[in-house]
Design a protein around this ligand. Sequence first.
Ligand code: FMN
Length: 138
Amino acid sequence: MNNVKIVYATKTRHSKKIALALAKALNVQAENVASKPILGKVDLLFIIGGIYGGTSLPSLLEFVNSLEREDIKRVVFLTSSVKKIQGQDAVRKILEEKEILVEDELHCQGSFLFMKFGHPNEKDIKEIVESSMKLVKR
Ligand SMILES: Cc1cc2nc3c(=O)[nH]c(=O)nc-3n(C[C@H](O)[C@H](O)[C@H](O)COP(=O)(O)O)c2cc1C
């Protein structure tokens, strides 16, 4: 298998749940960006995060800023937000400036107060893990 790593940033633990489920499926560790992980070389990096007021958490932006192009071959975003149209655009912009390839962005239904309450649920997480596994095998 390729060298696959998983990082996540979370405020209300949805991204952590997704990250841990994917980590289990891949038999790797998921790292919280808050602990400032040092990744080394990566073939495929999953960046998992939510959207808050239209953007990503500052800790995630700071982490992504520290990535080096020569260390990261490709990136996939797993994004949980209430609105499916909202993606990790701020993270994408930083990576584009670094010329790090963002191969895909998969969405997982999130929630905010009563909006989409209960999501992501088990089915949402199972689906995004299955879709992610297909990308790993690609
Ligand atoms: C303070 C706050 C602001 C949010 N703002 C947005 C938003 O602008 N757009 C959106 O689609 N979802 C928004 N959401 C929903 C989150 O993106 C969604 O629940 C996500 O799953 C949270 O991930 P986390 O639990 O890993 O922090 C917001 C949630 C919170 C708590």
